[in-house]
Design a protein around this ligand. Structure first.
Ligand code: HQG
Length: 188
């Protein structure tokens, strides 16, 4: 994968902000499922289609999806990570999770999480990773002292909790009650 230049990373962050959290900051409105016309995004950000395509294609987590509609127009959305205040329905089908998934978080959150479970906080969903290394990286965005929790997703699904798999491989669910959580050893 090509590494993005600093300018391209800046553009990618701006697109994340607009498509997940603050569309109004660019004068845009997302449709009910989080999509905006590519042409509108380009105009709002003052970038070319070629510049956008590089950022979409080489994004380290494939955060954005582009889809062509029947009328020939291209639309773009963030595949996950939206703020709840933007009220986006990703319209993903329920999916059967693997028996266990992982969540990385700063150690300072541990006590509260073990007491009240994982909550989506300002986002629409709790985000779960398929492997410990990814969970460590996610938690590591915020702290050097990260813990990884193992989530008994198989048991949760059996108990009726609903899961979705985003287009870029992140597992999403509404909340995780504490009794499905176990602290993982952090060393590989
Ligand atoms: C914590 C990145 C105390 C939770 C990643 C996390 C991910 C609690 C923080 C995506 C808690 C929320 C999301 C409780 C949850 N008590 N703390 N009861 N429940 N927390 O950023 O999962 O780079 O909303 O552990 O790859 O860290 O943006 O969630 O630390 O997929 O594309 O509250 O963001 O993707 O933080 O990360 P976030 P997250 P991008």
């Amino acid at each position: 994968m090509t590494t993005l230049t600093r300018e391209q990373v800046r553009t990618s962050r701006r697109i994340s902000l607009v498509l997940r959290h603050r569309p109004e900051s660019a004068g845009l409105t997302l449709d009910a499922n989080g999509w905006v016309p590519v042409a509108d995004l380009l105009a709002a950000l003052g970038i070319s289609r070629a510049e956008l395509d590089v950022v979409v294609e080489h994004n380290d987590k494939s955060r954005f999806a582009v889809a062509r509609r029947d009328d020939g127009t291209d639309w773009i959305r963030a595949s996950q990570g939206h703020s709840s205040r933007v009220a986006v329905d990703l319209d993903l089908p329920p999916a059967d999770p693997p028996p266990a998934l992982f969540h990385g978080t700063p150690r300072t959150n541990l006590e509260s999480i073990m007491r009240e479970g994982l909550r989506p906080r300002s986002r629409d969903h709790v985000h779960l990773s398929t492997d410990r290394a990814t969970a460590l990286r996610v938690g590591g965005r915020r702290s050097a002292d990260v813990v990884v929790l193992r989530v008994a997703t198989g048991e949760m699904a059996a108990a009726g909790h609903v899961f979705h798999l985003s287009a870029n491989g992140v597992w999403l669910t509404s909340a995780v009650p504490p009794h499905y959580l176990a602290l993982e050893a952090t060393n590989p």
